[in-house]
Design a binder for this molecule. Sequence first.
Ligand code: C2E
Ligand code: CA
Ligand code: CA
Ligand code: CA
Length: 273
Amino acid sequence: QLPLALLLSALVGYVVWLATANRMSLSWQISVGINAREFIVYCQPLINARTNGCDGIELLLRWHNPRQGWIAPDVFIPLAERQNLIAPLTRFVLTEVVRQLPQLPGCAGFHIAINVAASHFHQQEIINDLQKLWWPADPKPQLIVELTERDALPVVDQSTVAYLHKIGVKLAIDDFGTGHSSLSYLKTLSPDVLKIDKIFTGAIGTDAINATVTDMVISLAQRLNIALVAEGVETAQQAEYLRDRGVNALQGYFYARPMPLTDFPQWLENWRQ
Ligand code: C2E
Ligand code: CA
Ligand code: CA
Ligand code: CA
């Protein structure tokens, strides 16, 4: 009798211990965090290389977990992708930006870029989400979907890509030239924009081999008539180099660090002055 009671109470204790907040698995905490609104939409300005005006923003997710503090996207995004939680996060970003759009002055002529994982293209899921969450937006800036890819097997649903083009959404290939973001995408996805990864921007003036790749990506995109955005611009020298070669838009700490979307109207006002 006694050993059984002991065993039971130990078991109950163990379950309680497991369930305490700080021991919940990170993926469980992501789903809880979405409902508890622990995620915050940040944005980073895209600067027109020719006019120096701000043409748009890229939305970047931040997570402030009440138990563990700030958790970096490089930690929670790959996890969310593996645990089928990436679509709910994308829906959160879409909902938030649409809610805040009326506060962004003059954003009708803007580009708004969101990061979408390749898995979310599957079975046109992203299309359904855009129809439900983005279409009602008013004002409605030009949407750019940045295809981000971390999985070993990049299977991007072709029909989804075709449909995005049909409804006027632009497609950007993120981190072009790194990892799995390959040359074959140029043919299969006919992207509107290539994003030069910050590894290549950082190589300007320091790393001859990667800087050569940068030059080749630029001339490749120009021959194929694809717009170029360089990310990770940190110095005036990098900005000048990229501008001289005809890169269309620049993004990086040199212009602005990612900021809460709610701070952006104020930033834009100062930038325009
Ligand atoms: P990414 O899409 O390539 O975004 C660019 C990353 O570079 C961002 O990191 C940004 O904060 C950082 N960055 C911007 N300018 C500079 C610079 O001048 N120097 C340096 N060193 N870094 C710069 P972040 O925000 O930590 O995001 C990391 C990655 O997480 C993103 O890389 C993106 O792939 C992913 N991610 C972020 N938010 C989302 C999201 O809402 N959905 C999805 N699917 N992925 C997201
Ligand atoms: Ca991106
Ligand atoms: Ca990326
Ligand atoms: Ca990148």
